[in-house]
Design a protein around this ligand. Sequence first.
Ligand code: NAP
Length: 273
Amino acid sequence: MLAESLKGKSVIVTGANKGIGKGIARVFARHGAKVLVVGRDLEAAEATARELVAAGGTASGFSADVTRLEDMEEMAKAAAERHGGIDVLCANAGIFPQVRMEDMSPETWDEVMATNLKGTFLSVKACIPYLRKSGEGRIVITSSITGPTTGFPGWTHYGATKAGQLGFMRTACMELAKDRITVNAVLPGNIVTEGLQALGPEYMKGMAAAVPLGTPLPTPRQQVEVGGSEGEGVQPHMTRTALDGSRQHASHHLVHLRAGTQQPPSLEAPLRG
Ligand code: NAP
């Protein structure tokens, strides 16, 4: 079902030069979509695009900062020119510097707001005319369980943006329904990405210990593929839905247990389409 519906679609994934975004981009490309891989680091975006192409997909890299409207407009234009329009926007770019409130500068607060929340708004805003033309536009926002569901010390700013993304979604989907554009969100739990690993070994150890079944934390590939295999996020009638990461975690752990594999996931594992 997923493969059928994605073939030939033009997809933008922000924050796709690594981490969860890269996992999302890989799945779209493997199912025949044409993917614009977006991040500020052009070299990394192009390297990711080359990996997708080498695996038989259609993709190209683009450098843009989600905090800047001009960049988002250029990004949308590039996707339309290179891939014939825009059908799907994955507003995934995000940052999560960990700092407790008392030590947090207003500048750090603003940076997280600008990237995670304003960046979601700007990327969506820039893509609306193209998604409208698509006739079946899809917006998928990467939120988090942190904010909407849980909290964690050091992430007042982050949690506020991730909860804010859901507030944004609930009105955006109403404004865009007349154009047959759906707006949904995914709420991942802990996924082993470059960004998560940068929080340090103590954090990773603590989070791994918090998994009740004791299975390893999922990688982007496992997270995206479990979600994707359920076919969710691409249902034409579905809008304003937040896919809860705790359920995805449960699915992942079941898959993992069935497969009988207990090896900790590694980012260095070969990235096969
Ligand atoms: P990551 O490994 O640090 O990757 C972040 C991505 O966002 C990179 O591609 C980065 O590329 C891009 N990015 C950051 N700031 C940007 C900006 N201003 N403009 C354009 N691109 C920007 O992080 P991740 O773990 O994959 O997280 C991705 C998303 O998932 C985030 O929204 C995060 O909140 C969410 N999430 C992650 C987890 C987790 O456990 N990993 C859990 C819940 C939710 P450049 O640096 O080149 O710009």
